[in-house]
Design a protein around this ligand. Structure first.
Ligand code: NAP
Length: 333
């Protein structure tokens, strides 16, 4: 049994930790819920008990064995060192430490053995990256992927609870013929979409796109894999979708790929060329697996394959993946 803390417990990801720890019977002795000053005193339910939210401070981690951080990069940079000094093992959902060579970046279906090589911090990858690598890795093992081109269709909850609320508020305003307010997104999201997730970088890509490039290479231990991403925010509340094209060294037919993916951990193949015979974000909401469909050979390349991947990014892209890492550590395997 572990003394556990969640930094960012009131956020879009934080509340999913509570649901998943309860449903998966994670061995919690005491649970500490941490957030900003404004949430102090708020009550959140866990296993039938109402727990009171405390302020995240330097002293929050005394006696804590395992600290899940999900309060943004700035808070991770500031408070993770205190958690480590207090003897906690940190599993961090932010991007603060992901590319640090001393910090393992883990998706258990791919590199769970790295969980035992930590120096106090384990990083949980970016949400769009996690669902992509879950699907890429078995195909890479079978046929060596040389190039990946991906376009994402990312839900508003990827930008936190404020993002989800903004979609709801703008939709209501539109229905009621009221002015649409843009607050947390760069432009209107209701009845719209935009190719702009996170900030623009000097190379013309966004930071989200470069996370998909760099984190995929690190997790899959393939520093030279050619990857290019276009990340798009769409008016969906929850679950990200991705259209992925790969080129492989060895030819993979659609039939081969389907067989491989069907046998791979964490994946459900839904791939019938009929109405509704493909995964959608609506049905992936609050599910644990990564769904793959539309598997087909690329007409434009002899060793190319195209497919469609959907997963609940608050679960597999964040809280569930972090918890699965913790479960690996608890079970020792
Ligand atoms: P969110 O809904 O905005 O929640 C942010 C959480 O951080 C809230 O609990 C908030 O507490 C807390 N927080 C903010 N400022 C704080 C401060 N100064 N001191 C203490 N706590 C503070 O965001 P989210 O989507 O859950 O994302 C949290 C982290 O997970 C981010 O690093 C994000 O990059 C990462 N992540 C998110 C997703 C996703 O799909 N959303 C996926 C993967 C990773 P209050 O409620 O008190 O403000």
């Amino acid at each position: 049994m572990k003394n556990v803390a969640i930094a960012g417990a009131t956020g879009a990801v934080g509340i999913e930790f509570l649901k998943l720890m309860e449903s998966r019977n994670f061995p919690v002795k005491n649970l500490k819920l941490l957030a900003s000053k404004k949430s102090v005193g708020k009550k959140l339910e866990f296993c039938g008990e109402k727990l009171i939210v405390e302020e995240l401070t330097e002293k929050s981690f005394q006696g804590v064995d395992l600290a899940f951080f999900s309060a943004g990069k700035g808070r991770s940079k500031e408070f993770v060192p205190y958690a480590i000094d207090s003897g906690s093992l940190v599993i961090d959902n932010s991007s603060a430490f992901r590319m640090d060579p001393n910090v393992p970046l883990i998706v258990p279906e791919i590199n769970k053995e790295m969980a035992f090589k930590h120096n106090g911090i384990i990083a949980n990858p970016n949400c769009s990256t996690i669902q992509m690598v879950v699907a890429l890795n078995p195909l890479h093992k079978a046929a060596k992927i040389t190039r990946v081109v991906v376009s994402t269709y990312q839900a508003t909850s990827g930008a936190g609870s404020k993002g989800m609320q903004e979609l709801v508020d703008q939709t209501k305003a539109w229905v009621n013929n009221e002015p649409i307010k843009v607050q947390s997104f760069p432009t209107q999201i209701a009845f719209n979409l935009f190719p702009h997730v996170d900030i623009f970088l000097d190379n013309g890509y966004t930071r989200e796109e470069m996370k998909m490039v760099n984190e995929t290479r690190k997790i899959m231990n393939s520093p030279k894999m050619k990857i290019s991403a276009t990340c798009v925010r769409v008016p969906i509340l929850r679950a990200h979708s991705e259209a992925i094209w790969i080129e492989t060294e060895k030819k993979l037919t659609a039939v081969n790929a389907r067989e491989i993916l069907c046998k791979s951990p964490g994946i459900i193949v839904k791939d019938d060329p009929t109405d509704g015979g493909y995964p959608t974000p609506w049905e992936a909401d609050e599910t644990l697996d990564t769904f793959v469909g539309r598997i087909r050979e690329d007409l434009s390349h002899p060793k190319g394959l195209a497919f469609w991947v959907v997963a609940d990014q608050l679960y597999k892209g964040a809280a569930l993946n972090s918890l699965q890492i913790a479960e690996v550590l608890v079970s020792g395997t």
